[in-house]
Design a protein around this ligand. Structure first.
Ligand code: SAH
Ligand code: SF4
Ligand code: F3S
Length: 436
């Protein structure tokens, strides 16, 4: 019997948090913890949290309310809150939920050894929320993520844009980029584990800048690693879509023809109130340049519906932008006022209006997604298989255009790129058959 302690991590929010959770797990392995999925046997439970909308943050407190009862059975259980709620609410968390033992902000995970040591000494209400992204980057374990065919690599953190609705500049701090050599060496370690696709992550990934390197030059460097077959990046801001970056969509064969480029609203008036610093004309121009560079490229976006000041006609401009761009997929949310952001004091529009508009937008986006997927019927697409599906012999992967594809196969195909003929479409994915 191993007498190692067990840790369970529950992750909320964006891919950056998923990447961080993997990193925390490998750090904790070094501190003699084993990973568990079963909270009943855990000695340490971490909630890696998200603060982006009110609902996301409130979920954390209801989960804390549930897991605190586990302390009655296991008196040694420690509970930690990490991620963006940790940063935003810091000591408030202990007041709202005294069962929490420690709080660590997203740029302070390299402080884990210190925290664990202090917990052992019986200390309570420990807190680390300094912004030390550079220190955190230095301590990142190279390619320590679990072996998968597709892997995330964080290349940049933080945001200097200050959109008026958004907490990220406050929870993740200033923009900081990782060194190119460290990223390339992490990618080299990942390919040894059969990773074929890397997804470069950053809150503003296309503002990446390190010793004269840009996101475009970094992608070119990564594509020289022979075993990397696909490269993607997210999330981009329209203002950082340089011509250099647009051009490589046409010239770099490993860069996939799919781009998540959030626009938030189709109205110039609302974009201004959001401090997005670009117009709809600018956005359309970027889309058209990208289509010129690579004609099969497709797009995804995020939308906020019901931002303070949004009129029916502003909202209709969002609908008409969706008609124009024909997004292959998109995420849309009702505006949620966040403490500390510039927009938080502004008069909000009525809830029922917000909800009604969101439904209309989602219906339109769904129609566009369906049309996009229907257009794939009969085509042969390349799919990187990532996991098993629910049915026996079913495997799931993603096409170059990022939509999920399911096939049946009598032999194991995880980690392989195969040609698939698309035969039928579901709501957000397709089914097909393996060719050759
Ligand atoms: N850095 C990325 C996205 C960050 S957050 C970008 O600039 O696009 C992910 C998405 O959450 C945003 O694109 C936005 O659509 C949504 N979001 C952020 N703050 C929000 C808020 N206060 N209410 C509703 N949605 C929000
Ligand atoms: Fe938030 Fe805007 Fe920064 Fe994106 S660019 S993380 S939406 S402040
Ligand atoms: Fe949420 Fe923080 Fe990501 S607020 S979306 S976990 S950067």
């Amino acid at each position: 019997m191993s007498n190692k302690k067990k840790v369970m991590i529950k992750t909320y929010g964006c891919q950056m948090n998923e990447y961080d959770s993997q990193q925390m797990l490998s750090d904790l392995e070094g501190l003699d913890y084993l990973k568990t999925e079963d909270q009943q046997e855990a000695d340490l439970i971490l909630l890696n949290t998200c603060h982006i909308r009110e609902k996301a943050a409130e979920k954390v407190y209801s989960e804390l309310g549930r897991i605190k009862t586990l302390k009655e059975k296991n008196r040694n259980l420690k509970i930690g809150v990490t991620g963006c709620v940790a940063q935003a609410e810091s000591t408030e968390i202990f007041k709202r939920q005294p069962a929490v033992d420690f709080v660590i902000g997203p740029q302070a995970y390299h402080k884990f050894p210190k925290i664990i040591n202090e917990l052992k000494k019986g200390k309570k209400e420990l807190i680390e929320t300094s912004f030390e992204a550079k220190e955190k980057f230095k301590k990142l374990k190279k390619g320590k993520t679990e072996a998968k065919s597709s892997a995330f690599i964080t290349i940049q953190e933080g945001c200097d844009k200050f959109c008026t609705f958004c907490v990220v500049p406050y929870t993740r701090g200033k923009e900081v980029s990782r060194k190119k050599e460290d990223i390339v060496s992490e990618a080299e370690t990942l390919v040894k584990k059969n990773v074929k696709e890397v997804i470069l992550l950053g809150q503003n990934v296309n503002s990446y800048s390190s010793n004269g390197e840009t996101l475009a030059s970094l992608i070119e460097a990564l594509s020289e690693i022979e075993k990397i077959e696909r490269i993607r990046f997210m999330t981009s801001h329209p203002n950082d879509m340089t011509d250099e970056l647009i051009t490589i969509f046409g010239t770099n064969k490993k860069l996939m023809p799919f781009l998540h480029l959030p626009v938030q609203s189709g109205s110039d008036k609302i974009l201004k109130l959001m401090n997005r610093k670009h117009t709809i004309k600018d956005y359309k121009q970027i889309i058209s340049k990208l289509r010129n560079a690579r004609d099969d490229i497709c797009f995804s976006s995020d939308f906020i519906v019901g931002f303070p000041g949004e009129t029916e006609s502003d909202f209709e401009e969002t609908l008409s932008l969706c008609e124009h761009v024909e997004f292959s997929q998109a995420y849309s949310f009702n505006y949620s006022s966040r403490p500390g952001t510039t927009a938080s004091g502004r008069e909000e529009i009525e809830d029922f209006k917000k909800k009604e508009r969101l439904l209309r937008l989602q219906k339109l986006l769904e129609t566009k997604q369906k049309a996009f997927l229907r257009n794939q019927l009969g085509k042969t697409v390349k799919v990187l298989f990532e996991k098993r599906g629910k049915n026996p012999n079913e495997y799931i992967g993603r096409s170059d255009y990022f939509y999920p594809v399911a096939v049946e196969s009598n032999y194991e195909i995880i980690g392989e790129i195969k040609n698939v003929k698309v035969e039928s479409c579901l709501k957000h994915s397709v089914k097909g058959c393996l060719l050759g």
